[in-house]
Design a binder for this molecule. Structure first.
Ligand SMILES: [Zn+2]
Length: 242
């Protein structure tokens, strides 16, 4: 895994918790890596509030998941799990990472979510991307503003702007999620809260199938973009209408 200061990412996924990315956009990261793009993940917490597993276990599992996803760079900050705040100090921590990796695209969680951390990260991440482009925000490195922000909306009940075809990568995506053995392997701790492994497979594949159908493919991951799309040639528009 790259640690060098000169590493540059094409795409950076920012998430509240280790395993969020695996659940919402792991297939997309796999597809982008297969296209030769450099992908990276920034998790904002260490996962210390989870019912199962320690932060240390989750760190090892996150590294293994990153390897399975073909991600070249992954790190976790130490924001408090379950109590992430959109503070200036936190924005500046993310700005440092944005200026280090200089991604063209940033993936954030969708802004309406059941878990408060996810909703806050959507705003915190957006504001960090904005600040990162300002010369007067001094962090000792050059300003950088990502070109594009998209929101991974799989957790949200919202119509996506587009889906990414992850059909060839669905099994690999599942393997990445299952790398979090402390969370998902069948075990007694928290068994009233957590669903069995087989059920996780069925649920995640069913969700991916649902979003795939919206895009006319087998399995897909949904995203929302705030901007309107721009089209050059109507005859090249994807997804059949009738
Ligand atoms: Zn989460």
């Amino acid at each position: 895994m790259a640690e060098a200061a000169d590493f540059r990412a094409d795409i950076l996924a920012v998430a509240a918790h280790r395993d969020d990315v695996e659940q919402t956009c792991g297939g997309t990261l796999l597809r982008m890596a297969a296209r030769g793009l450099r992908t990276a993940i920034l998790d904002l917490t260490q996962g210390e509030a989870g019912t199962r597993g320690s932060a240390e276990e989750r760190a090892l599992e996150a590294a293994e998941a990153a390897r399975i996803l073909g991600v070249a760079w992954r790190q976790a900050l130490s924001f408090p799990d379950g109590a992430i705040e959109n503070s200036l100090a936190n924005r500046l921590e993310i700005v440092r990472v944005l200026r280090l990796l200089r991604p063209r695209v940033v993936i954030l969680p969708y802004w309406q979510a059941r878990h408060p951390d996810h909703a806050i990260v959507a705003t915190l991440g957006y504001e960090s991307c904005f600040l990162s482009g300002l010369k007067k925000v001094e962090t000792g490195s050059e300003p950088h503003r990502p070109f594009k922000i998209v929101y991974a909306s799989l957790y949200a009940d919202v119509r996506p702007s587009f889906v990414v075809d992850i059909s060839p990568f669905i099994e690999q995506r599942h393997l990445a999620l299952m790398a979090y053995k402390s969370q998902y392997a069948n075990q007694p701790a928290g068994s009233s809260l957590f669903v069995p492994e087989e059920e996780i497979r069925e649920r995640t594949f069913a969700e991916a199938r649902h979003y795939g159908l919206l895009g006319g493919v087998k399995y897909g991951e949904p995203f929302v973009q705030k901007e309107v799309g721009l089209v050059d040639d109507l005859t090249l528009l994807p997804v059949q209408s009738i």
